[in-house]
Design a binder for this molecule. Structure first.
Ligand code: FES
Ligand code: FES
Length: 217
């Protein structure tokens, strides 16, 4: 670290803000190795599958045991989506499938022939971060960043669920004509499938609350 707050890597100066911006946009900076990096061995029984990932259609021949997570990380090199537990317990691997959040470690890719998948790399539009990405940056909604891609994808879908009037376990007034007040308890309950080992929860809640308050009802 230099006195002006810039970090030098390979001769290039990177400010902290530039660094964390990259984390938010692509999940690229979290370099903790995955708990289980192995993929299924190739077999002769390949299955055809067409997936549109971040707007790009992929015609694939896949071992039917390949999860969406392993397809993304090991085959397509979209490593923003993280592998934490590989057992559906941490939410680090959350992506959007046809607009619905999903643990990609639990779902076989060939089951989603024809589906649309959005990962953390596909949320921004050019240089414009998605509102949830920008809010996480603004509110310091992360520390190491390993859970962050999953947290952000989950929050994007969760906000749509709230807007659609889907109740959660803590929703008190189920007769509110679909208008749900997104209290902090609601945010915590709805994001409970996404674990943060750094316990950045207060800032994650603040970021999501800011997005909800800033968008039209
Ligand atoms: S890696 Fe999928 S839930 Fe943990
Ligand atoms: S920011 Fe480190 S695990 Fe969530």
């Amino acid at each position: 670290m230099e006195p002006d707050g810039k970090t030098f890597r390979g001769g290039n100066a990177v400010s902290r803000r530039e660094f964390v911006g990259t984390v938010i946009a692509t999940g690229a900076a979290a370099t903790v190795p995955p708990a289980h990096a192995e993929t299924p061995q190739e077999t002769s029984q390949q299955v055809s599958c067409s997936l549109t990932i971040n707007g790009q259609t992929h015609e694939l021949q896949l071992d039917p045991r390949t999860t969406i997570l392993d397809l993304l990380r090991e085959r397509l090199r979209l490593t923003g989506t993280k592998k934490g537990c590989d057992h559906g317990q941490c939410g680090a691997c959350t992506v959007l499938v046809n607009g619905v959040r999903m643990n990609s470690c639990l779902s076989l890719a060939v089951m989603h022939d024809g589906d649309r998948i959005i990962t953390i790399e596909g949320l921004a539009e050019g240089n414009n971060l998605h509102a949830v990405q920008a809010a996480f940056l603004e509110h310091d909604g992360f520390q190491c960043g390993y859970c962050t891609p999953g947290q952000i994808c989950s929050a994007v879908a969760m906000l749509d669920e709230v807007k659609a009037g889907a109740p959660s376990f803590v929703t008190e007034n189920l007769a509110s004509n679909g208008r749900i007040e997104l209290t902090d308890d609601e945010i915590r309950e709805r994001m409970s499938g996404n674990i943060c080992r750094c316990a950045a929860y207060p800032n994650i809640v603040a970021a999501i609350r800011a997005v909800e308050q800033g968008r039209p009802a």
